[in-house]
Write a protein that binds this ligand. Structure first.
Ligand SMILES: Nc1ncnc2c1ncn2[C@@H]1O[C@H](COP(=O)(O)OP(=O)(O)OP(=O)(O)O)[C@@H](O)[C@H]1O
Length: 332
């Protein structure tokens, strides 16, 4: 997944390496004009440019075949881009490969990344050595990870005997054994039950918030993306069609209407033209087709005159899933 022991001979502090890092100090991942055309001429990734700040949880979303895995594999140095450039912590993935890949831990195919006949403990020692760590350094780190992930008691059992959630945790622990600043997670909660998905989700939050890791994750579970990601990029047919902080993306799609809920019925009061009122479980939902203060006040004044109690008032906000479907649909 990451470099071989020989890679580690390269000096990360040569003037050239330092110069290469300059200019992108704040960005953990810089992707410029990245494209991948497979041998069958399929353009899987088409001129993608992204800058991911250190400490960000970055959600890479897109429909099947959009190019997410191809992008993540190029970031991990597992697929060579056709054109474009990727820098990890300032190191160029193609020209400073060994230093670049040491910046990352990746969980790309979930539990298939780890060896099922081996125990969790053996897997972590194996991956630690593979990545050039010494045994003396690996053991405390492995113990810490397995304890944090609640696997310490089962550490000597073969991974094949674990539940899927536990296997996924071992894969995450293996990716974290070198304590890399950047973590790539392709579908980290795929196929997990509610509890296991929650544990993995909480762990991702912990890594980002408490350990300051930069995390790139792909998922089709948009509620998870909405909960976890600080920033979201939507990719379709290889191109980025949206790239915004999650809050801004949601705000941008906040609708131009205000919903007012009142207790009971409207007792026959008349609302301004265009305002819709519909009964809802013993209450009434009023939709004001505008967010202009004067339009909203016009409704509120009539409710006040009618002595009608307001229960809530919100600007209509579609979920990330609705926004995603609209974005995908817009470009279809
Ligand atoms: N090795 C390959 N050779 C040829 N085409 C490929 C190869 N790998 C992927 N593709 C194609 O590249 C496109 C992007 O695939 P990719 O796996 O990156 O998409 P994805 O967004 O991760 O999809 P999914 O959500 O289904 O996992 C798809 O059309 C896919 O068929």
């Amino acid at each position: 997944m990451t470099g071989t022991p020989t890679d580690h001979r390269t000096d990360a502090n040569t003037p050239a390496a330092q110069t290469a890092r300059l200019g992108s100090a704040a960005a953990a991942i810089e992707i410029a004009a990245l494209s991948k055309i497979y041998r069958n001429k399929l353009v899987a990734v088409d001129d993608v440019t992204l800058s991911i700040a250190a400490g960000t949880v970055f959600g890479l979303l897109g429909p099947n075949g959009a190019g997410k895995t191809t992008t993540i594999k190029m970031i991990a140095g597992l697929i060579t881009p056709t054109t474009g450039r990727i820098q990890l912590g300032g190191f160029d993935v193609s020209r400073q490969r060994s230093q670049a890949v040491r910046q990352i831990g990746a969980v790309l195919e979930g539990s298939r990344n780890v060896y099922w006949p081996l125990s969790a403990w053996q897997n972590l020692l194996y991956f630690g050595r593979l990545k050039g760590l010494r045994s003396a350094g690996i053991k405390p780190r492995a113990q810490q990870l397995l304890t944090d992930l609640g696997l310490w008691g089962r550490r000597h059992d073969p991974v094949g005997s674990y539940s899927r959630g536990m296997q996924q945790k071992v894969a995450i622990a293996a990716a974290l054994i070198t304590d890399p600043p950047i973590i790539l997670l392709d579908e980290p909660t795929l196929g997990l039950d509610v509890e296991a998905a929650r544990t993995v989700r909480d762990w991702i939050t912990h890594l980002a918030r408490e350990e300051g890791k930069t995390i790139v994750l792909t998922t089709h579970q948009l509620d998870i993306a909405q909960q976890l990601a600080d920033r979201i990029a939507v990719i379709r047919s290889g191109s980025v069609i949206a790239d915004l902080p999650t809050r801004e993306l949601l705000a941008r799609y906040a609708e131009d209407r205000v919903e007012v809920r009142v207790a009971g019925s409207l007792n026959g009061i008349l609302l301004p033209a265009g305002v819709i009122a519909e009964p809802e479980h013993g209450a009434t939902r009023i939709i004001v087709p505008s967010t202009r203060t004067s339009d909203v006040y016009a409704v509120l004044r009539r409710l006040e005159a009618g002595n009608i109690a307001i229960v809530s008032m919100t600007q209509a906000q579609p979920s990330l899933e609705e926004i995603f479907l609209r974005l995908i649909g817009d470009r279809a």
